[in-house]
Design a protein around this ligand. Structure first.
Ligand code: GRG
Length: 306
């Protein structure tokens, strides 16, 4: 296992090229996997493409591809539909989260939100259509021996469902304006953010026919990374401008949202994100996965918060 210092010094150049290469691969596949805006009814397809192809770090699909590679996949063509499915579900959740009945936001990925451009009805339907299409993409994967298609579908449904992603969103809605403990905030973050990050990694590993040890390592890595990622997002909401973020800054504070900085302060939040990143590294080390890329991604994400 490479030390964290070595990861930082060797890494950034190699990592930027890697992220760029994978982002390009994902962008091209996303554009292919959703109907053209000219297909009737064109409004829905234009709205789906507007949100899906309008920027974003593509972190989740890159994690799917990286996990597959770590577990031995060389040709990523069979992993791409899973990577894109995760991004479709993520984009649906962003569209719905921005709606007036939820977070009521005007700016996402540097552009007006879906309902601002297409109206609320089409925005709701664009989210629904992206979620539905995601399962269509999973259905087209050629599964590995130990993980049949039914397992991939079940994992995806569970992560996006009422015990995980939606559970986090409901708890988040209900938490607004209430005084929360750090355990409450963690409950929300692990579901609202962590579940999709863990899913991204697990799908990649399962398509690669991961050993039980590899799958466990990748899962533990994802759990620590997912929570760290959301704490970092909380930190950036207070420390960066809307222009830097490409979405409205300072919203969490205004809406009395459940965040780490609000409950334990900024410095303790940074320490917690760093502790979780160390934990993510340990998950990879303990199970001896040759996973410099995953380790580099975790280090890179933590670096955003300082
Ligand atoms: C509506 C079911 C439903 C869920 C909404 C995604 C979400 C849950 C809420 C959006 C607000 C938020 C802070 C979510 C936590 C996850 C998160 C940090 C999303 C932003 O992810 P990035 O930074 O965004 O990867 P890009 O645009 O780069 O993809």
């Amino acid at each position: 296992m490479t030390s964290r210092k070595a990861i930082r010094s060797q890494g950034v150049d190699g990592l930027s090229a890697y992220l760029e290469e994978k982002r390009t691969l994902v962008e091209k596949a996303l554009a292919r996997f959703v109907s053209a805006a000219s297909v009737r009814p064109s409004t829905i397809h234009a709205a789906m493409r507007y949100s899906l192809l309008g920027g974003g770090k593509r972190l989740r699909p890159i994690l799917t591809l990286a996990a597959a590679e770590v577990c031995g996949v060389k040709d990523l063509s069979n992993t791409l539909p899973a990577a894109c499915a995760v991004e479709l579900i993520h984009t649906y959740s962003l569209i719905h989260d921005d709606l007036p009945c939820m977070d009521d936001d005007d700016l996402r990925r540097d552009r007006p939100t879906s309902h601002k451009v297409y109206g609320e009805g089409v925005a709701v339907l664009a989210g629904d259509a992206l979620l539905t299409r995601a399962f269509g993409l999973i259905a087209g994967i050629k599964p590995a021996k130990c993980y049949p298609l039914s397992v991939l579908v079940e994992e995806t449904a569970a992560a996006a469902g009422s015990l995980q992603l939606i559970a986090g969103q409901v708890a988040d809605l209900e938490a607004e304006g209430r005084k929360l403990s750090i355990a409450d905030v963690r409950f929300i973050h692990e579901r609202k953010t962590g579940a999709m990050i863990v899913l991204s990694l697990r799908l990649g590993a399962m398509i690669a026919n991961a050993t039980p040890g590899q799958l466990k390592a990748v899962t533990q890595f994802g759990q620590a990374l997912g929570l760290a990622f959301q704490i970092i997002d909380d930190i950036l909401d207070v420390t960066q401008s809307s222009q830097q973020l490409g979405k409205s800054a300072g919203k969490d504070l205004k809406a009395s949202k459940a965040t780490y900085p609000a409950v334990i302060g900024l410095e303790a939040s940074r320490k917690e994100a760093a502790r979780l990143t160390r934990k993510a590294h340990t998950a990879l080390r303990v199970l001896a996965i040759k996973s410099a890329r995953l380790a580099q991604i975790a280090e890179y994400l933590l670096g955003r918060s300082f």
